[in-house]
Design a protein around this ligand. Structure first.
Ligand code: COA
Length: 341
């Protein structure tokens, strides 16, 4: 489907001029270089009414909808940001359905409210293209909107953690809005490039695993909900050119030390037991502090004063804090298990 705008909207600028004015980091310049030229589709940035409808469909909280709509970039007032919006959207469209090796986060843009919401406008601009792509790979309409609702939950999550509206650095949203990341029921996934080298924990050369995410605020991680989601993912993967042969999940929830603290029948422990191998272990005390308590801290050690403030109502809250108090650490690692479509 053609979603191109009929009239040119955005200013003609060069990447180097925009990079200078906005003080863009070298990795942002590298990212945009392939789409810096004058060619390519002229994109239709949604008007406020359309944007409001899309944001609502993406389960965006009213407060985040309001700050986004108030921060729609204006070609006269924000020419560099508008150029950046246009090229970032073109980049996502040029990568629809293609997952490349390496995937740096999109760092938060420094600046005021328009800069902090700029990538929201990028994602809204590419939404019609991603929706077409979802239909082409076999996602249902509901699965498509549930996938794009990652934008609503990121806005709410970042606002709660930072105490101000707008998006932080985002690793997952560029994948969602280039169609390689999607939500299927309880879990979310990202397609991965084929694995090439021997020695992988579960994959043979040429095979690929779906990267699995466990969204918060979505109810318990019941085995039945996970089974249904994995089955649906394998069903969808039959249509992918890469040979999907299993799942990998990189998270603090894959730290096997959790099983020393939680009951054997807890959902987290039962999820871990699906995995037949673990690797990529890295110390990450910040991860349970962020994901369980929505708190951040500076430096390598969790401050004692912060530990003293954290609620201790549930078994997990007590496990996270008790283990740190006893001098232990928490780790991110990847759990893997093999399953073929
Ligand atoms: C993954 C998740 C859904 C599991 O919840 P669950 O299905 O209730 O998990 P379990 O059955 O293993 O819970 C065991 C215990 O931990 C508690 N618990 C689980 N997740 C909790 C959370 N996020 N905050 C506080 N307590 C939690 C449960 O209440 C239970 O304790 P209780 O028996 O005292 O009530 C939940 O932890 C969550 O939403 N986490 C955030 C998402 C996340 O971090 N994703 C990965 C990002 S890398």
């Amino acid at each position: 489907m053609n979603h191109q705008a009929s009239t040119p909207a955005w200013p003609r600028l060069s990447l180097s001029a925009v990079a200078r004015t906005l003080d863009l980091a070298p990795e942002v310049v590298d990212r945009l270089t392939p789409v810096a030229g004058p060619d390519g589709p002229r994109l239709d940035v949604p008007d406020r009414e359309t944007a409001d409808r899309l944001l609502t469909r993406m389960n965006t909280e009213p407060e985040d909808r309001a700050t986004t709509l108030a921060a729609r970039p204006d070609p006269d007032g924000d020419p560099e940001l508008c150029w950046l919006l246009d090229r970032s959207a073109r980049l996502l469209i040029s990568q629809l359905g293609q997952r490349r090796p390496g995937n740096p986060a999109w760092a938060a843009l420094p600046g005021g409210p328009v800069a902090r919401h700029l990538f929201v406008w990028v994602f809204l601009t590419v939404t019609p293209y991603v929706r077409d792509h979802h239909a082409a790979i076999g996602l249902s309409d509901d699965e498509s909107w549930a996938s794009l609702s990652a934008l609503g939950s990121s806005l709410a999550g970042d606002r709660r953690i930072n105490g101000r509206p707008g998006l932080d650095a985002t690793w997952g949203l560029p994948m969602t809005f280039s169609g390689t990341g999607f939500r299927l029921g309880r879990l979310a996934y990202e397609r991965q490039p084929r694995h090439t080298a021997p020695g992988h924990p579960i994959l043979r050369p040429g095979e690929s695993a779906l990267n699995t995410h466990i969204p918060g605020n979505a109810g318990p991680l019941t085995p039945a909900a996970c089974d249904a989601s994995f089955d649906r993912a394998l069903d969808l993967a039959r249509g992918f050119p890469e040979q999907v042969a299993g799942f990998g999940c990189h998270s603090w929830l894959m730290d096997e030390q959790l099983a020393d603290h939680l009951p054997a029948e807890s959902n987290i422990v039962r999820f871990q037991r699906r995995c037949t191998a673990f690797n990529d272990r890295v110390r990450a005390d910040w991860a349970p502090i962020l994901h369980v308590f929505r708190r951040r801290f500076e430096g390598p050690e969790v401050p004692r004063a912060l530990l003293a403030e954290l609620p201790q109502r549930t078994a997990l809250e007590r496990a996270v804090v008790g283990h740190l108090r006893a001098g232990g650490h928490w780790y991110n690692q990847t759990g893997w298990f093999r399953r073929l479509p």
